[in-house]
Design a protein around this ligand. Structure first.
Ligand code: FE
Length: 134
């Protein structure tokens, strides 16, 4: 079985279109757009830890937005001139899946906006249940 067939098996049709064919989900449709829980956003393709909930902000764009990656080594960027636009593509550095795009109109501290498809992410909630001391 070739690599593409493996991806098709692992991902839903919608996820495959984004991660492997560089598609984009419709704005305001993603399940993680309004997620405000504490935790880590991981790659839907390989589980690589991509973004910490601490860096998530409401950009109003309709896609989950982050001002910084969890670690620079976990993502990579690539110039994207498709659709006659000069954009920067954001990819998972481990499995090369397409995640979204990077813009320079984000908030402090970085001024960056990682505009990421919900379908490219899975959310791992932080387990912060503290033992109650009565
Ligand atoms: Fe990945």
């Amino acid at each position: 079985m070739n690599k593409e067939e493996n991806w098709k098996k692992k991902l839903t049709k919608e996820q495959y279109n984004i991660l492997r064919e560089k598609g984009t989900e419709l704005a305001f449709t993603g399940k993680l757009l309004y997620n405000k829980k504490k935790g880590i956003y991981i790659c839907a393709g390989c589980g690589n830890e991509l973004f910490d909930s601490k860096s998530k902000f409401d950009s109003g764009s309709g896609w989950p937005s982050f001002h910084s990656p969890k670690s620079k080594e976990n993502i990579k960027t690539n110039p994207d001139n498709s659709f006659s636009m000069n954009r920067i593509e954001v990819l998972c550095n481990k499995c090369d899946s397409h995640l979204g795009h990077l813009f320079n109109d984000g908030p402090k501290p970085t001024g960056l906006r990682f505009c990421i498809n919900s379908l490219a992410l899975e959310f791992k909630e932080k387990n912060n249940k503290k033992k109650k001391i009565v």
